[in-house]
Design a protein around this ligand. Structure first.
Ligand SMILES: Cc1cc2nc3c(=O)[nH]c(=O)nc-3n(C[C@H](O)[C@H](O)[C@H](O)COP(=O)(O)OP(=O)(O)OC[C@H]3O[C@@H](n4cnc5c(N)ncnc54)[C@H](O)[C@@H]3O)c2cc1C
Length: 467
């Protein structure tokens, strides 16, 4: 049965949000702030999404947390970092909107909705000119997801779990009037809406879409949530939406055996990577995302991240790294020969790599790959290494949106009442993996999610007044 208006559905609310990750829950919170009646539909029994798989590292520029720590930052500085990392290929108006919304969003979540954050100021991640990551106390995405979920419930959003959205009903103008979902009992339900926010994540879990849009990662292990199956792209196609930056993604290195994320914190203080020949092959500080495909291209598809106790120190604050240690993935030895033997690497070549890196650090010679090792003392025994492979974490391309998170048609006009944020929408990383600045995933989910919720509430109320 096709519906001509939301009023024909069994039940109707102002704003329906599909997906209860960071994007959907922030959209729900801001729509509730605007007084809208909000239902969030989430396919899983226990909402988690990619959001729960993160370390909860959310960039925000110009926050009071930064000011209290004596860090001067601004949306302009953040934007400059985003644009530089994307080599000028990001959609600048969108990136500006996200940079400007980032700091206020962190404070809004913390102060207005009780989702607690603190500033992460122990290490500066590649590409960020300022310490601007804000993290939950436990430095886990699970805490962030649970905090958002509790906040959305407190704010009065209705969260319906085990509710998989399978279709949309739209009128002839492209206005979405209802969504169709299957509930926990397998029943088909139609829910009318004044506006719809798609926050269903990206398409990393669909191998065919990955092969089509990012062929270089089609053989890589996918470490994201299986809900990121690209359904927002299918819904968008049905309504004539445009798409952008579908080749963009976040790659990362994971332990070769158990596929657990291996934090880049190990590299930042002077750790480096060698291939199975014991030789460096790249500038590890270009960024961790593009390093995934560089690693996959090395002989055998795995390399070793080599470091010492000083490099390891910041990693020890992340539960993720403890899981890597507990899995027995960290090799340790008192000297280079011992490490080479444990890793199965040629000792002479590994020793040469160590000597070369220490010469780059002291300024005796320059790294041919262009990494600046100054300020990093030579690695000291005892030495450590983890064998890693390149993995796909999440995709960054999606539905074309404007600076208010409104979904745009392929021809450039806005759809009447459809919004998208987070993995479902295009990101701010440009068209490929080397434009991904750490945090671009969560910041677009949170900042655009908040904007989407507010705009959706406004459109829904306008439509109600007019009809
Ligand atoms: C291992 C890992 C580590 C990461 N680390 C970071 C990091 O430190 N910093 C960073 O910025 N980013 C990081 N990211 C990326 C980050 O997770 C995402 O950018 C962000 O969580 C996207 O939020 P979202 O709300 O769009 O998607 P999600 O959190 O994935 O939420 C989407 C939700 O939609 C639901 N859904 C999907 N389809 C339907 C449907 N048909 N009906 C109903 N519900 C549906 C899903 O079940 C899911 O709960 C990481 C990703 C991974 C995988």
């Amino acid at each position: 049965m096709r519906l001509a208006s939301a009023a024909e559905a069994e039940r109707s609310v102002d704003v329906v949000v599909v997906g209860a990750g960071a994007a959907g829950l922030c959209a729900a919170l801001s729509a509730r702030d605007a007084g809208a009646r909000v239902v969030v539909l989430e396919r899983d029994a226990k909402p988690a999404g990619n959001t729960a798989l993160t370390l909860g590292m959310l960039p925000g520029a110009g926050t009071r947390f930064q000011r209290e720590a004596g860090i001067e930052d601004s949306p302009d500085l953040f934007l400059a970092d985003i644009v530089k990392k994307a080599k000028g290929k990001t959609e600048e108006a969108l990136a500006r909107a996200v940079a400007e919304a980032s700091g206020p969003a962190v404070e809004w979540l913390n102060d207005a909705h009780g989702v607690a954050f603190e500033l992460l100021s122990d290490i500066l991640y590649p590409g960020h000119s300022r310490h601007r990551y804000h993290v939950p106390k436990s430095r886990t995405g699970v805490e962030m997801e649970e905090g958002l979920l509790a906040a959305a419930r407190r704010a009065g959003a209705e969260i319906v779990t085990s509710a998989r959205v399978e279709g949309l009903e739209a009128d002839e103008t492209g206005r979405v009037v209802a969504v169709r979902y299957t509930d926990r009992d397998g029943q088909n339900v139609t829910l009318g809406c004044g506006a719809l926010v798609l926050a269903t994540g990206g398409y990393g879990a669909d191998p065919a879409l990955v092969k089509r849009h990012i062929p270089e990662m089609s053989d890589a292990v996918y470490c994201g949530h299986d809900g990121s199956d690209g359904i927002a792209l299918a819904f968008g196609e049905q309504l004539g939406a445009g798409f952008a930056d579908l080749g963009a993604y976040q790659g990362h290195c994971v332990a070769a055996g158990p596929a657990l994320p291996v934090t880049w914190a190990l590299v930042i203080r002077g750790g480096f990577q060698v291939n199975r020949e014991g030789r460096r092959f790249s500038n590890e500080m270009r960024g961790y995302s593009e390093q995934a495909s560089a690693v996959l291209a090395e002989p055998g598809g795995t390399v070793f991240t080599v470091y010492d106790a000083r490099c390891e120190e910041p990693a020890l604050t992340f539960a993720d790294y403890h899981r890597v240690m507990e899995a027995g993935a960290v090799l340790e030895a008192d000297d280079i020969e011992g490490l080479a033997a444990k890793a199965g690497l040629p000792a002479a070549a590994l020793k040469e790599s160590f000597l070369a890196v220490s010469a780059y650090g002291s300024g005796e010679s320059a790294d041919p790959f262009g990494r600046d090792f100054s300020g990093n003392p030579p690695l000291r025994p005892h030495f450590k290494a983890v064998e890693v492979k390149g993995a796909l974490f999440h995709t960054q391309g999606g539905l074309a949106v404007d600076t208010g998170a409104r979904v745009m048609r392929a021809g450039g006009t806005a759809l009447p009442n459809l919004f998208a944020a987070g993995g479902a929408a295009r990101g701010i990383s440009g068209p490929s993996s080397d434009g991904y600045l750490g945090g671009n995933g969560l910041v677009t989910a949170v900042a655009l999610g908040r904007l989407a919720g507010a705009s959706a509430a406004e459109i829904a109320s306008q439509h109600k007044r007019e009809s």
